[in-house]
Design a protein around this ligand. Structure first.
Ligand SMILES: C[S@@+](CC[C@H](N)C(=O)[O-])C[C@H]1O[C@@H](n2cnc3c(N)ncnc32)[C@H](O)[C@@H]1O
Length: 280
């Protein structure tokens, strides 16, 4: 339904985990440390990667709400979390997990966030988090979301928002043309209006600041190398596919770029992480 397959999300998960800003993750953990069983709503939760990355840094009791519009990804999340937990049991529609000694309740919420930027507030969260999500949204959606979260005094954490600072090695003559076509494709409507794409981190930071939150940002690029061959190949294919659909790159140049990039020695794919909390 969403176009994000569990296989793609699994392929990127370890690169995402390595890329997350330790500074931002630590700030999130410190901000939640005084709460018993903080309530955390994960927007566009997919198969639950945010929980797997962040929960080990948080306290002994946690309540997560995984929100997504794709029921197949929610089912995959349930399977993955049960498979990776030390123990798991159902409690009605929720899961109760023993996650490395932490007691975590996991609820699942089906919601079209495009239609309701404030949907998370129904769960009275202490923190709204998201990973690889905000670049899908429009700048206007980010403003509405920021106003709702700041209005309710809710902390916001956005991990792994693309910022377009990509670099492949060694350089290729078609790099600039492919990058421009890919960026244009990334700005297409993903259901939220024209996507903010690589400008989403700045759009969200500006909107949260305007709404009264104190915002911190840190870079969180993927740094892919010889151990990431499968991800590099998938990324090259996906980037070339988007550029092909967008147009503007000569087909032979694009084919040569894709063939070279599938074998690339390394690449950096730019992201930013953000944490925002009520200023006082
Ligand atoms: C790139 S994936 C990231 C998934 C997960 N956060 C991760 O880091 O692996 C984007 C996620 O946003 C969800 N999504 C996209 N549009 C949505 C919408 N309108 N409402 C709710 N979820 C949406 C997709 O189903 C997908 O799970």
């Amino acid at each position: 339904m969403s176009g994000f397959s569990p296989d793609w999300l699994a392929l990127r998960e370890s690169a995402d985990r390595r890329a997350r800003s330790p500074t931002i993750d630590s700030a999130v953990a410190a901000a939640l440390a005084h709460l018993d069983a903080p309530r955390i709503c994960d927007l566009g939760a997919g198969t639950g990667a945010s929980l797997r990355a962040l929960a080990p840094r948080l306290g002994p009791r946690q309540h997560w709400v995984l929100m997504d519009h794709d029921p197949a990804l929610a089912a995959a999340a349930r399977r993955e979390l049960c498979a990776q937990a030390n123990a798991a049991q159902a409690d009605g529609p929720d899961l109760l997990l023993d996650w490395g000694g932490r007691a975590i309740r996991v609820s699942f919420a089906a919601a079209d966030l495009a239609a309701d930027p404030a949907a998370a507030l129904a769960f009275a969260p202490d923190l709204v988090t998201a990973s690889a999500f905000f670049d899908l949204a429009s700048a206007g959606w980010c403003r509405a979301f920021a106003a709702a979260m700041a209005g309710a005094g809710v902390m916001v954490h956005a991990a792994l928002t693309c910022d377009g600072a990509d670099a492949w090695l060694p350089p290729h003559p078609a790099d600039a043309a492919v990058h421009a076509a890919f960026q244009a494709h990334q700005a297409r409507d993903k259901g939220f209006g024209p996507a903010a794409g690589s400008l989403a981190g700045a759009a969200l930071a500006g909107a949260l600041t305007d709404a009264g939150h104190a915002v911190m940002i840190d870079d969180s690029p993927w740094r892919l190398g010889p151990d990431d061959r499968a991800l590099i190949a998938a990324l090259a294919a996906g980037t070339a596919g988007a550029a092909r659909e967008q147009g503007g790159v000569a087909p032979d140049d694009l084919a040569a770029w894709e063939a070279a990039r599938r074998q690339a020695a390394s690449c950096r794919i730019g992201h930013v992480d953000l944490f925002a909390r009520p200023a006082r």
